[in-house]
Design a protein around this ligand. Structure first.
Ligand SMILES: Nc1ncnc2c1ncn2[C@@H]1O[C@H](COP(=O)(O)OP(=O)(O)O)[C@@H](O)[C@H]1O
Ligand SMILES: [Mg+2]
Length: 277
């Protein structure tokens, strides 16, 4: 499953190892098998994905890395259950994916918050819509807001928060539903460089504590190298996974890693592989 279908001939550099299979040992959180997707517009086809094989183990952090338009969002939306594949099977924790589910939560580039609700009420929106509004849920919302560094901004509205804060509020809003799988679609791409680095460090830290399964879409090589256990490199359209690279950098990772020779060499290696995808 998920075996590299394309041999670039490059030798893995420091911190990188070519993965032998799509899934690591342990329980499988996400399984994608033989997935293809073609969009039709005005009678003309656009093949977005071709024969995708991908397995993600429970608690693993996997990045989809590829150029714009290669089908990353399409694949993420198929796993989310927002759109159907033309061919192939998708399952999450052994259950066939036929639509969206509370086990899978999607975070987009622009954080989804209701502008008329405070941070706290945004976080509580999901549980309340399922009839859950008790002391325990409110306590959990406050704890999550503190975890994402918004303890003092519970009563602020989205327009009173910075870009990074809005993302963290959206993350708390997702986490309160206890999703087993987080699907993130270039969540930090629209942020300024400093805030983006802060959010990457924040996500690293959060993941190291919570260990949820993450499928993270990016076109940013450094972001993929810093965050992932494995990087799946996609070819230009139609998107195929052409290379899977194990990121062997020790954990816990922090921002100091960015300046190490090992990290710089890994970034270079990934960039080379992406160029030949
Ligand atoms: N709903 C749609 N209708 C028609 N074409 C689409 C639709 N969604 C995506 N596409 C096309 O599929 C290809 C892959 O898109 P996408 O998954 O958004 O790429 P990425 O996220 O890697 O930038 C692109 O050529 C895009 O134009
Ligand atoms: Mg996209």
């Amino acid at each position: 499953m998920g075996v590299s279908q394309h041999e670039s001939g490059l030798q893995p550099g420091p911190g990188a190892k070519r993965a032998a299979s799509g899934a690591r040992p342990g329980s499988t959180a996400v399984s994608v098998s033989g997935v293809s997707k073609t969009f039709w517009r005005d009678g003309r086809p656009t093949q977005a994905l071709h024969d995708i094989e991908l397995g993600i183990a429970s608690g693993e952090f996997v990045c989809l890395l590829g150029p714009s338009g290669c089908g990353k969002s399409t694949l993420l939306h198929i796993v989310a259950g927002f759109i159907a594949a033309d061919e192939g099977q998708i399952s999450a924790h052994g259950e066939r994916v036929t639509g969206p589910g509370v086990d899978r939560c999607v975070l987009f580039q622009s954080p989804t918050l209701f502008p008329w609700l405070t941070s706290r009420d945004n976080v509580l929106f999901g549980p309340r819509s399922r009839g859950l509004d008790n002391e325990e849920t409110r306590g959990r919302a406050d704890a999550l807001l503190a975890t994402v560094g918004l303890g003092d901004f519970k009563d602020h509205y989205p327009h009173q928060l910075s870009g990074g804060m809005r993302h963290r509020a959206a993350l708390a809003r997702a986490l309160i539903n206890r999703p087993r799988i987080l699907l993130m679609d270039e969540p930090f791409a629209a942020l300024d460089a400093i805030t983006r680095e802060q959010m990457q460090n924040f996500l690293l830290d959060l993941w190291q504590r919570e260990r949820m399964t993450v499928l993270f879409v990016t076109h940013d090589v450094e972001e993929a190298a810093l965050l992932s256990d494995r990087v799946c490199i996609m070819s230009p359209r139609p998107g195929r996974i052409v290379d899977i690279v194990d990121i062997e950098l020790a954990r816990p990772r922090d921002e100091a890693l960015r300046d190490t020779a090992e990290f710089v060499a890994l970034r270079h290696e990934l960039r080379k592989r992406l160029a030949s995808a």
